[in-house]
Design a protein around this ligand. Structure first.
Ligand code: KIV
Ligand code: NA
Length: 263
């Protein structure tokens, strides 16, 4: 695989080609995912749940994410490394810039931040300073207590229109990528068609530009209730390497997500 950059993702979008993304938290799994052809690796704050055993992403600190970013960066190969800004990094612009700086120094090539249209100023300041941003909309897990649980967002027309409007505002402010979590497939499609930037989806239907899953879900090692949009690829793959490959190839061929994974 050639080194994946933002330009690669933009070219995929223009060509109507999908790309795959997977979370990675250490060098070994990052290497395996990259070797399987997965274009984007995310050091997600989902590490609070799948690595640390918490029930939400809120307890994850900047130091936790930096540590895992440094680990994953050493194994990332040609894949693009995206890293999550932790809960409350967006409490002020100054803190946002400091925290994003720490992530970039730890190996991030794209930082992801949760938040609606009000994040526009912060995103503008980050991109001005050379930090590319992915804006995470729809179900934003750092707001789980506000949202009253991990629920599909944008089912009603008014809320769907709001998410689309927020996405437009954040792209105008400089966001290079949009990530949509748990929205109806029809909304995933509408937002992807409306925007010039790549749109990554998780539980956002088949018609987005890229798909992302949490590694532990792909390998079937998540305990408790698994969300509708996940698929265990280890069953058909037989090995971790083959599971990553099967996931990557299913995304490229648009056979994943299937209707049963969508809202
Ligand atoms: O933290 C994470 O793993 C994420 C993905 C679910 C998109 O944000
Ligand atoms: Na996250």
């Amino acid at each position: 695989m050639k080194t994946v950059t933002l330009s690669t993702l933009q070219a995929f979008k223009r060509a109507g080609e999908t790309f795959s993304c997977l979370t990675a938290y250490d060098a070994s799994f990052a290497h395996a995912a990259s070797h399987a052809g997965i274009e984007v690796l995310l050091v997600g704050d989902s590490l609070g749940m799948v690595l640390q055993g918490h029930t939400s992403t809120l307890p994850v600190t900047l130091d936790d994410i930096c540590y895992h970013s440094r680990c994953a960066a050493r194994g990332k190969g040609a894949s693009l490394l995206m890293v999550d800004l932790p809960f409350m990094s967006n409490s002020s612009t100054e803190r946002l810039l400091q925290d994003a700086g720490a992530l970039m120094r730890a190996g991030a090539e794209l930082v992801k931040v949760e938040g609606e249209a009000w994040m526009a100023d912060g995103i503008r300041e980050l991109t001005r300073r050379g930090v590319p941003v992915c804006a995470h909309l729809g179900l934003t897990p750092q707001s789980v207590y506000q949202l009253g649980g991990y629920k599909v967002q944008g089912r009603e027309t008014e809320q769907a229109e709001q998410i689309l409007a927020d996405a437009r505002t954040l792209v105008e402010a400089g966001a290079s990528v949009i990530l949509l979590e748990c929205v109806p497939a029809s909304l995933g499609k509408a937002i992807t068609e409306a925007l010039d930037v790549p749109v990554i989806g998780i539980g956002a239907g088949p018609d987005v530009d890229g798909q992302i899953l949490v590694m532990h879900d792909v390998l079937g090692v998540t305990h408790g209730k698994t969300p509708r949009f996940v698929k265990n690829f280890l069953q058909e793959g037989g090995s971790i390497q083959q599971a990553f490959k099967a996931y990557h190839e299913s995304v490229k061929a648009r056979t994943f997500p299937a209707p049963e994974h969508c809202f």
